[in-house]
Each structure stands twice: as C-alpha cells, then as structure tokens.
Design a protein around this ligand. Structure first.
Ligand code: FDA
Length: 307
C-alpha cells in the first residue's frame, strides 16, 4: 500500500525539496543513478559494455516548466551523444528520453517536444544508434505515439515503451507489432486511476503475458523491460515458441536492480540492455524506484535515522 503514497509524493514539490536536501539522500540515490555528469557516467558505460551488456541511457528529468529547460534537456542529450561517439558503441548504447523533459506539457507542447527531440534522434542516428521514447502517465501517450510515428518516417528504428497496466495497451501492441518496430514492454510505474489501468499485481502480470505474446508473434523487435523472474522465464518460452532467435528480442533492466541477473542473461547469450540514468534532476526517477519496492524505502528511512 506504500507504493501509491510514494508515487503521490513523487509529484510533490515540497517532498522534492525535503528529500533532495536530506544529507544522506545522495548515497542511497547512487544505487539507481550512478552519476550526475557525463564525465561520471562514461566509466560506467565502459564497465557495462566490457561485461557484455548494452545500455539505454537516460538523462534524468521530467515535468519541466519553461521552453529553456526543454532546450537544456535537448542539449544534455546532444552532449552525451557527442561524448559517446569516440567509443564507437553504435546501438550497444542507445538513448531513452521522456518527452515531458522536452516540453510536452507546456503550451504548444506536442510540437515543442517533437522539435526538441528530433535533433537528438538525428544525432543518435549519426553515431549509429537510436532513441526509445519512454512512456509516462496515460494522459501523455497519444502525443507520445504520434511523435513516435512522426520520427519513424525518417528514423524507423526509433523505439517506444508500452505499459502492461493500461487497458489500452493490448490494442497499442497489436498496432506496434509490425515489421521494423522496436517496442519495450514494461509493467508501468505511474499512479494511474482504475478507469484506465489494472490495479492488482496479478492482473498486470497476466496482461503483460498477453501483450508479450502479441509482440513475440508479431514482426517487430520486442524489448522485455522487467526484473520479474517469472516473466523473464515466460518471455524465453514465448520467444522459443514464436521461433525467434536470440538476436530477435532483448531483455532490459534498470541499473542497480538485479545486477547478477543482467550478467546471467548476457552469459546465456541474450542481449541484455541496462537502463542507466544519470543527472542532477533525479527526484521523480528515484521516487518511482522506491515505490516499486517498499524495502527500498525502509533502507532509505533507516539510513536517514542512523546518520
Ligand atoms: P516487479 O515490480 O514485480 O519486480 C520484480 C522483482 O524485481 C522484485 O521482486 C524485486 O526483486 C526486483 N525489483 C523491481 N523493482 C525494484 C526496485 N525499484 N528496487 C529493487 N528491486 C526491484 N515504466 C514506465 O511507466 N515507463 C517507462 O518508460 C519505463 N521504462 C523502463 C525501462 C526498463 C528497462 C525497465 C526495466 C523498467 C521501466 N519502467 C518503466 C518501470 C516498470 O514499469 C516497472 O515499474 C519496473 O520495471 C518494476 O516492475 P518489474 O517488471 O521489474 O516487476
């Protein structure tokens, strides 16, 4: 029951100020967001790729309030791509972006987000990699899918995320399971009302399996974004049944969560991509990680008390 409370706090400015200023926060945050600058994150990129892992990189930030902040987000990604260039990793290091960080919620936000994200997708293509559009709360998704479709006209490998907890997603998956599409399926991390989303874990898990079957039996490239051991086993089975080879789908997990499993799946020959977030505006991302596992919150609270 703690999850929804933490998710509500993730949208509170007062909580943001309190938690961001707490003296011990940083050391707990580091587990999930292992750097604030490009200089700090590049050694992590090297370490992960040396271990046979791939990355999708997220410059943390969302819900910005001015067009200047949206331009700063664009520039942060452009700097990252520029610094990745000499490493020659191609699609082993792709980008994940949240359109709210590119201005989607501002006045004229749909066009603004598209205008800001396009140069990032172009720059990524120039270094042989691609971008995946993260899924945020359900009110943003029609705009996200429209931007995804627009970008794919010139950059067909642009990916997007779909969330199993939303009722709409089974239909979205059928539309997206087409040749050339790259689709990451996740359970969903936002606080959504019962009118649009399953609320019970077992319902979300069942929907996840139904949607994954659609993706696996379709012609696109499924990206399984989950740490759930049962779903990972089911994904392997569905891939086998659909006759997919190991390079015709991939697993994705978040940095700091089940790291042994990242290495185990990679050692089995699977493509394993680690979602690696960095930057200073980590509050929303961090709070969603706390909400996913109440034990994280207990650890965080204990570290504040014992400090
Ligand atoms: P579940 O929550 O059942 O966790 C399974 C097990 O994994 C847990 O028992 C625990 O061991 C471990 N675990 C999971 N979360 C943990 C945590 N925070 N701390 C410690 N252990 C944890 N969501 C979204 O709405 N939009 C998006 O764009 C994305 N993008 C995205 C990319 C990638 C690569 C991943 C893996 C996930 C996302 N998500 C997301 C988040 C997703 O919606 C979901 O909230 C988390 O993945 C947790 O769900 P699981 O499928 O891991 O299952």
């Amino acid at each position: 029951m703690l999850g929804p409370v933490i998710l509500a706090a993730s949208r509170s400015d007062r909580m943001r100020r309190l938690i961001s200023a707490a003296p011990v926060t940083k050391q707990v945050v580091d587990r999930f967001i292992p750097g604030e600058t490009v200089d700090e994150i590049l050694p992590i990129v090297r370490e992960l790729t040396d271990n046979g892992l791939e990355l999708t990189m997220d410059v943390v930030g969302e819900d910005i309030t001015t067009p200047e902040q949206a331009e700063a987000a664009r520039d942060a990604y452009l700097e990252l791509i520029d610094r990745l260039k000499p490493l020659g990793l191609g699609e082993r290091a792709e980008m994940s972006v949240k359109l709210s960080m590119f201005g989607q919620a501002l006045s004229g936000g749909h066009e603004l987000a598209l205008a800001n994200v396009r140069p990032v997708v172009e720059a990524a293509a120039e270094i042989g990699t691609t971008v995946t559009l993260d899924a945020e709360d359900h009110t943003t998704l029609d705009s996200m899918f429209a931007i995804h479709e627009e970008l794919r006209k010139d950059f067909p490998r642009t990916g997007c995320v779909i969330q199993a907890y939303l009722f709409r997603t089974e239909e979205d998956a059928r539309r997206l399971a087409a040749a050339g599409s790259r689709v990451r399926l996740v359970k969903g991390a936002y606080k959504e009302p019962a009118e649009v989303a399953y609320q019970q874990r077992h319902e979300i898990d069942k929907a996840y399996v139904r949607i994954l079957r659609t993706l696996m039996e379709g012609e696109g490239y499924p990206m399984i974004g989950s740490h759930d051991p049962r779903l990972i086993a089911i994904a392997q089975e569905l891939a086998r049944t659909a006759g997919r080879k190991l390079d015709e789908y991939e697993f994705q997990m978040l940095y700091g969560i089940r790291g042994d499993e990242h290495l185990r799946l990679a050692a089995e020959g699977h493509r394993m991509r680690v979602y690696t977030a960095y930057g200073t505006d980590w509050y929303g991302y961090f709070m969603r990680r706390l909400a996913e596992k109440p034990a994280n919150l207990r650890f965080f609270a204990r570290s504040m008390i014992t400090k």
